[in-house]
Design a protein around this ligand. Structure first.
Ligand SMILES: Nc1ncnc2c1ncn2[C@@H]1O[C@H](COP(=O)(O)OP(=O)(O)O)[C@@H](O)[C@H]1O
Ligand SMILES: [Mg+2]
Length: 401
């Protein structure tokens, strides 16, 4: 058996596992049960030193390709699963390799999201997330070749969903994708998604009014709208400089940073042709990270930033009234982080703190505080908000109530 590690930090995997045997014949005691989607190949999950790993058994050349591809994705900081190791030359299973990835924490396969008891998001949110993922990949020149709901994982992201790329067997990266290649990728997505929804319909049914064909068309529409917004070329009169700023603002609102702007005078000399090149949608993520050191998902970052701005405005109002110096952005962010974010999270019992990532828990807590304060017609404050949040939201989530 030969084991190639992606990075030394991941070492050691459990060398005691029977890596030489076909995955199907491993004793079940090695496996843990997690929420998971449908797979063509054999996929199992195992836990070692507090971490969960996904192990997939596939033909060696595919495993090699996927391993290398996921490494590239990691360099790009892509929303994808992260590779851990590639296991080849297995004594009792020489033709198949094992691809080990980090289990994507807090992720949910679409069947779980769409099951009735969990149906809190709706198709719109699910499709937004999938369209964003496809646009992200295409902007990077990545052709997926097998976009489907079961090859995507979803995580809660402050009232929305964030989509992650999981199955990279068919994916390829080029310098740039042609329109034809993008269209082909979308056609595959549409076929796969349609099939999956028909399966769901035949299985446990779809909510009223949802028709599989309509849903796949919505995906394409969302994709094209976003693509258009991000890549369109604008013509601007020489005295319309403000439109450049507006364009940058619009891209920021969508979560994208502008990497490059190109201005070219039109042949008649009266207007400028503006081409913007965007980088990956991490505008709010990067901003929040620079202010607090925390790295969270996009919508969570947006939510936390608006909390920081609210906090700063309120602290500075008091300071102004007292004749004190006002807080700068960085100072306000650090103070908010310690005094509101951390302190509120620390009030949650440790065994319930890990049901979601911290940013998501905080977002839910804010929602809960707002909701309960509305009901009480007064601001109920952090302490009451946390105890009621634990009792009404977290304990039921943990199955303890
Ligand atoms: N790293 C991971 N984290 C969480 N779930 C995973 C991971 N890898 C695989 N899965 C789950 O296993 C399913 C199948 O994985 P996938 O790579 O699509 O295998 P296949 O090539 O057999 O389709 C996915 O839908 C997903 O639910
Ligand atoms: Mg798959």
């Amino acid at each position: 058996m030969k084991l190639q590690q992606n990075s030394p930090q991941d070492y050691p995997l459990d060398l005691g596992l029977p890596w030489d045997l076909p995955l199907e014949s491993w004793p079940t005691a090695h496996f843990v049960d997690v929420a998971r989607g449908i797979s063509r190949n054999i996929v199992r999950f195992t836990q070692f030193r507090g971490r969960i790993y996904a192990i997939k058994e596939i033909a060696e050349h595919l495993a090699r390709h996927e391993f290398q591809f996921l490494r590239k994705m990691q360099e790009l900081d892509a929303p994808s699963v992260r590779p851990v190791a590639l296991v080849t030359q297995r004594r009792d299973c020489p033709n198949k390799a094992l691809l080990v990835t980090h289990y994507l924490e807090f992720s949910m396969p679409y069947r779980l999201i769409m099951s009735e008891s969990n149906w809190e998001y709706g198709y719109d949110t699910l499709l937004d997330a999938l369209a964003q993922l496809l646009v992200w990949l295409h902007l990077q020149g990545i052709y997926w070749g097998d976009c489907s709901l079961s090859n995507t994982l979803f995580r809660r992201d402050a009232g929305k969903l964030a989509a992650y790329f999981v199955d990279a067997e068919t994916a390829e990266r080029r310098d740039k994708l042609s329109d034809g290649q993008r269209e082909l990728d979308l056609m595959i997505a549409q076929t796969n998604l349609g099939g999956e929804l028909l399966d769901l319909q035949a299985g446990f049914g779809l909510p009223e009014g949802v028709d599989p064909v309509g849903v796949t068309e919505d995906l394409l529409r969302k994709y094209h709208d976003l693509w258009q917004e991000l890549t369109q070329v604008e013509f601007i009169a020489l005295d319309e400089q403000y439109r450049v700023e507006k364009r940058i603002q619009r891209l920021h609102d969508l979560g994208y940073d502008v990497e490059e702007m190109e201005f070219e005078t039109t042949p008649d000399g009266n207007r400028l042709r503006l081409v913007t090149k965007v980088v990956e949608p991490g505008h709010h993520i990067r901003l929040l990270e620079s202010l607090t050191g925390e790295r969270v998902q996009s919508n969570q970052a947006r939510r936390l930033l608006s909390e920081i701005y609210r906090y700063r405005a309120s602290v500075n109002r008091t300071r102004r009234e007292a004749g004190d110096m006002e807080l700068g952005e960085q100072e306000a962010a650090m103070q908010w982080f310690q005094e509101e974010y951390r302190d509120a999270l620390n009030l949650i019992p440790p065994d319930l703190r890990h049901l979601n990532d911290d940013a998501e828990t905080y977002h839910q807590l804010l929602e809960h505080r707002w909701y309960e304060s509305e009901r009480a017609h007064r601001d109920i404050g952090w302490h009451d908000a946390v105890s009621s949040f634990v009792e009404k939201i977290l304990l039921p989530q943990a199955g303890q109530a």
